[in-house]
Every structure is written in C-alpha cells, then in structure tokens.
Design a protein around this ligand. Structure first.
Ligand code: PEP
Ligand code: MN
Length: 257
C-alpha cells in the first residue's frame, strides 16, 4: 500500500499535494522580470507544477545579493499571471510577511529560520500553506516542534540536508528523515536535493532516491542558463535535466504503491 495515501491533502493554489508528486522548481533568486517569466514558462513546460524563486534571500554574507525584495515579488506575480503556476517564495521577516503573502500561494520558511518561532507564528496567521525547511542542524524532534508553532496543519516539510564533518557536499541529505517524519505526522514531506548536495550533478540521482524513499515531491533549483544564476549556480540544473526528473518522479511515485 502506498503510505502516501494516509496523508492530508493540501492545496497550493489549484495543485493538490499527495495526488500527484509535487515538483517545485525555478531559480534560487528572482533576477529580473523577463528571466523569471521565461524560466516559469520553461518550468511549466518541463512538467513542474509550482514555481519557486527567492525575492528575499537569506545569504551567508551581507555583501552577497540579498534578492530584489518587493520588486522581486512583483516579478513573481507577473510570472504567476503569465503561466498560471502557483508560487512559493521565502519569507525572512515579519515586516515583509504581508507583502509576501499577497503574492505567494505558499510561504517558504528557510533552514536558517526554522527556529524563528515568531516568524513561524506570523506565517501561520496568514492562513497560507507553509513549506517548512529543516534547519541545517535541526533534530527531527525540533523540526516537528517548529511545525507546531505555525498553528495550522497546511504544512509541507522539506528535507534539505544537514551539516556534517564532510565538506565534499554542501550538506548531507538525510533521506531517512522522509520516512521518519512521515511516520510521525499526517503531513507531506518533500526533498530539496539542490541545497541538500550543493552540486548540480548530484541533484538528479538524489531526486531519484528521494522519490523512491517515499517523498511526496521535490524542490529543485533550475534556470534556463544555470551558469549565469546569480546565486547557487553550482547546484542549479538546466531544463533538460528538470524534464528528466519530472518524468522519472512520476514513474517512481506511481509504481511505489
Ligand atoms: C532556498 O530554498 O532558497 C534556500 C535558501 O534554502 P535553505 O533555506 O534550505 O538553505
Ligand atoms: Mn538557493
């Protein structure tokens, strides 16, 4: 039996998580209106069902590109209007919550903010579904605890790797977390092999493994010109790879009953 059947179905715009594997894709950052619209069209044509793109970027150093902010949100709204794809984007601050909530169909809480309980509560109060990424040093128990702060149950967990002693990959993708969290909640779990590995050539194999492990879907960073991505270029895949990922994800998902 497909264990996924016991899960709560959550709607992100018109996309139901659970019925089909959900594939969230798009660039790390929204870079320009023209680019995000073009990428959104390609992402849709590759078969992904939700568009991602960061307008507010939590970067390791303040001198790095911080995202286009409100302008980026406007561009996401254009991409959404032009393609009909629902949008997930990160919210980093309670002060921009309202603006993000006006455009997003789902609010992303990033790894760095998983422990930011006031942000989690405020995100919950918008009533929008929340994509809750795992903190890079968070225990499963802490991740589940963070979800409780949101105050509703339209939550999708996203495993995105944890820190380890080995720096060969950006993070160590913990695929056991998928089954573990699914065993503890009735909420869906997706996997982000992009931040989980930090390496473009590892995204596809780890995406395959994630779906085989029972994930409800994936979040992958993609771009029409990955080498030109302003942020996370090393882990960003092209549209051809995205197309392949969509294809095998559907096959594995439906055979994995
Ligand atoms: C992202 O998905 O844009 C991101 C910043 O990921 P994480 O919070 O997992 O590092
Ligand atoms: Mn990124």
């Amino acid at each position: 039996m497909n264990l996924r059947n016991k899960f709560k179905s959550i709607y992100i715009g018109s996309v139901e998580i659970g019925a089909e594997p959900v594939i969230i894709s798009g660039p790390c950052s929204v870079e320009s209106e023209q680019l995000i619209v073009e990428i959104a069209k390609e992402v849709k044509s590759a078969g992904a069902t939700i568009l991602r793109g960061g307008a507010f970027k939590p970067r390791t150093k303040p001198e790095s590109f911080q995202g286009l902010g409100l302008e980026g949100l406007r561009y996401l709204a254009t991409a959404k209007a032009e393609t009909g794809l629902p949008v997930v984007t990160e919210v980093v601050d309670v002060r921009s919550m309202e603006a993000v909530a006006r455009v997003a169909d789902m609010l992303q809480i990033g790894a760095r903010n998983m422990y930011n309980y006031s942000l989690l509560k405020e995100a919950g109060m918008t009533g929008l579904p929340v994509l809750l990424k795992r903190g890079f040093s968070a225990r499963i128990e802490e991740w589940l605890g963070a979800a409780e702060y949101i105050g509703h149950d339209k939550i999708v967990f996203c495993e995105r790797g944890v820190r380890s002693f080995d720096q060969s990959t950006r993070n160590v993708l913990d695929l056991a977390a998928v089954a573990l969290v699914q065993g503890r909640t009735h909420l869906p779990v997706i996997v982000d092999p992009s931040h989980g590995t930090g390496k473009r050539h590892l995204v596809e194999p780890m995406a395959r493994a994630a779906v085989a492990a029972g994930a409800h879907g994936l979040m992958v960073e993609s771009h029409i010109n990955p080498d030109q991505s302003i942020s996370d270029s090393e882990q960003t895949i092209n549209m051809e790879t995205l197309r392949r990922i969509v294809k095998f994800t559907k096959t594995i998902y439906h055979n994995n009953m």
